[in-house]
Ligand binder design. Structure first.
Ligand SMILES: C[S@@+](CC[C@H](N)C(=O)[O-])C[C@H]1O[C@@H](n2cnc3c(N)ncnc32)[C@H](O)[C@@H]1O
Length: 204
């Protein structure tokens, strides 16, 4: 098993968690340092939606997979339909207004919608593309711990981080559900696809 990330710090965190069982490689998904057809399965968790150019990344995933090899991935998604504001959507809205500079736009937004993702995956055999809702509700402290671990939080000046936390704690009551937990959910897309056993006619 091999893990890859472009960030040395992320790799160090992975090494601390996995020990020596997994080979960890620094590299970029759009130019993978692996031979053609060298993997039975590629898996990615909450990362594909950050990558550009996404076509190059998907070409690379296809290249390193054996025919019939599978891509299993989870990405964060644009909500398919509007829900009542919960802790995460509140956080994204309010943190946007507090940030000193607009949050950098990372990745390709076509990845975060099932219809455009289906088109991007046209060279794969798609087994399943499904909208998922991950329930992250919990106590005020648990939900705040999650929100303050998001990239967005790091882009807010330290003096405003305190203000954001105080506003969240005041707001949390409104989002509290009957069981006392604070509502928080993340929209995801689950991908199950495979490299076709035979290349389509006309491709090399
Ligand atoms: C939200 S984190 C998810 C990390 C890990 N998969 C997890 O679930 O804990 C996204 C990761 O994608 C990595 N990343 C972003 N663009 C990349 C690229 N083009 N090539 C390789 N890694 C990339 C980042 O360095 C970061 O570690």
């Amino acid at each position: 098993m091999v893990g890859l990330d472009l960030s040395e710090a992320e790799l160090a965190a992975a090494r601390a968690r996995c020990g020596d069982e997994i080979e960890l490689v620094e590299g970029r998904a759009e130019s993978l340092p692996f031979a053609d057809q060298s993997f039975d399965c590629v898996t990615s968790h909450l990362a594909l939606m950050l990558m550009t150019p996404i076509e190059a990344v998907l070409d690379e995933l296809l290249r390193v997979l054996r025919p019939g090899g599978r891509l299993i991935a989870v990405i964060s998604a644009r909500a398919a339909r509007q829900r009542e504001e919960d802790a995460l959507s509140w956080f994204m809205r309010v943190s946007r207004s507090l940030a000193s500079a607009p949050a950098p736009v990372l990745g390709d937004e076509r990845v975060s919608r099932i219809e455009s993702l289906r088109e991007l995956l046209h060279r794969f055999e798609i087994e399943q593309l499904e909208a998922l809702v991950l329930d992250l509700s919990g106590s005020v402290d648990e939900v705040w711990e999650l929100l303050s671990s998001l990239y967005r939080y790091g882009s807010i000046a330290p003096e405003q981080q305190g203000e954001l936390e105080a506003r969240f704690r005041a707001e949390a009551d409104r989002m509290r559900r009957a069981d006392g937990s604070v509502a928080c959910a993340m929209d995801l897309i689950g991908i199950q696809a495979s490299r076709p056993l035979r290349a389509p006619a006309g491709s090399s």
